[in-house]
Design a protein around this ligand. Structure first.
Ligand SMILES: [Zn+2]
Ligand SMILES: [Zn+2]
Length: 421
């Protein structure tokens, strides 16, 4: 029979790599507990409409990248391409949205799906950590979500990261900017890529993050949003910068940063790494004051971000900061013949009850071959059980690191191993 492989662009994650995932996830959970955010887990599958309305039908995600299909009841469903719209949907559905204090604060970690051309750092099933903080316009909320992403990345020992910050204005000042951008890009329409030529009237902001070289060149002379901010947006932006300075989160202002999604208002930010190459963003987000009402909820200002876990892992490896994690077990139990297996199985139970990671050999081999197996598992101790060991109620414990061995009574076994670890 032909071997069945995984679906293109989707990867299996297993030991020892999965240990690194657990390490990152547990660091995130600790950080989220310090920031008093609760976890939210939403379904992988949502109604397609959620993303059409929440992400925007002019975005690449909705136009070309979604895993959308009809279920057996003929309903159009989509495997989530991002985390914000589902979290907002769930918060609204369960009455978790507040206006003012206390603010609703949630985080998520989980897989997202986009049908893109697979390349390094870009998979069709990828994983994101994200936060959504809903119920306030306060610039301290913007600063807080930026700080979370910055803290997580620096606690993972990533250096050479840079926080890029911009303001995209609000419903009052953005249309004015949009008009002048439309006017500018219409004048140079023939110099833009075909996609951007189309974007001029649909969403000229998207032209600013086009990666086509000819577009990039022409963006240099385009109007800049920061010069079109209304007084309210200007104040808000200054306060976000003040708050970040006060907690020493370094950032640079990047007037061309617009992010790929339509829903951002005011703050937009991205954190990039010098160790990633062309796809250099580790994560990003911003404020989305209009999204919740767009999705049928009460008018609720909010901010959040998403961070790509695969990208973070690539950056950690490129920077050699991925920690050496111990894999395998502590004790490897070797019954010398099948006659000793029953007693060995009892010892295994004693060790496991004492939370000592243990496993037992189940095939008959020469002692030397068993010791090689024990080393393959990464065990620190081999616990040998032969006829004499059973008679004395004391297995022989071989320290595989020091190459010493000793007889230890059954009742002392767990303590002995814990003490000598
Ligand atoms: Zn404004
Ligand atoms: Zn373009």
């Amino acid at each position: 029979m032909e071997k069945i492989s995984a679906v293109k662009g989707m990867q299996d994650i297993f030991q020892p790599e999965s240990g690194l995932w657990q390490y990152i996830e547990s660091l995130i959970r600790d950080e989220m507990s310090a920031f008093a955010y609760g976890e939210i887990r939403t379904p992988i599958l949502e109604k397609t409409e959620l993303f059409v309305r929440g992400v925007g039908d002019a975005t690449d995600i909705v136009k070309k990248e979604m895993y959308t299909f009809s279920d057996k009841g003929g309903r159009s469903v989509t495997m989530r391409p991002e985390g914000t719209a589902p979290v907002v949907r769930a918060m609204n559905e369960h009455g978790l949205l507040t206006s003012g204090d206390p603010i609703s604060k949630y985080y998520y970690i989980g897989p997202m799906f986009r049908y893109e051309r697979p390349q390094k750092g870009r998979l069709r099933q990828f994983h994101q950590f994200g936060v959504e903080c809903c119920g306030s316009e306060s610039p301290y909320i913007d600063a807080e979500v930026i700080q979370i992403l910055y803290n997580v990345l620096t606690k993972l020992k990533l250096s050479d990261i840079s926080v890029r910050l911009n303001s995209l204005g609000c419903a009052e000042c953005r249309p004015v900017f949009r008009q002048s951008a439309e006017k500018y890009f219409s004048g140079i329409k023939d110099k833009l890529c075909p996609e951007c030529a189309e974007r001029i009237t649909i969403n000229p902001l998207r032209i600013y993050d086009c990666k086509t070289p000819s577009c990039k060149e022409n963006i240099a002379g385009a109007p800049v949003i920061l010069e079109h901010l209304c007084a309210g947006c200007k104040d808000h932006f200054n306060e976000v910068k003040y708050a970040l300075n006060s907690i020493k989160v370094p950032f640079v202002t990047d007037a061309l940063l617009v992010r790929g999604l339509d829903y951002y208002t005011r703050t937009a930010f991205e954190v990039t790494s010098k160790h990633l190459g062309a796809q250099d963003a580790l994560g990003g987000g911003g404020r989305y004051d209009g999204l919740i009402s767009e999705l049928g909820g009460p008018k609720t200002p909010a901010a959040g971000f998403g961070m790509g876990i695969e990208r973070v892992i690539i950056a950690m490896k490129n920077q050699n900061v991925a920690p050496e994690l111990k894999t395998g077990c502590t004790a490897y139990i070797v019954p010398l013949t099948k006659n000793e297996a029953g007693y060995a199985f009892k010892l295994l139970d004693i060790l496991r009850k004492a939370n000592i990671s243990s496993q037992m050999a189940v095939s008959e081999k020469k002692a030397g071959a068993h010791f090689k197996d024990a080393e393959k598992t990464g065990a620190d101790f081999a616990v040998i059980v032969g006829e004499d060991e059973i008679k004395n109620g004391a297995p022989t414990v071989k320290d595989l690191r020091k190459r010493t061995q000793q007889s230890v009574s059954e009742t002392e076994l767990a303590n002995y191993i814990a003490r000598n670890l």
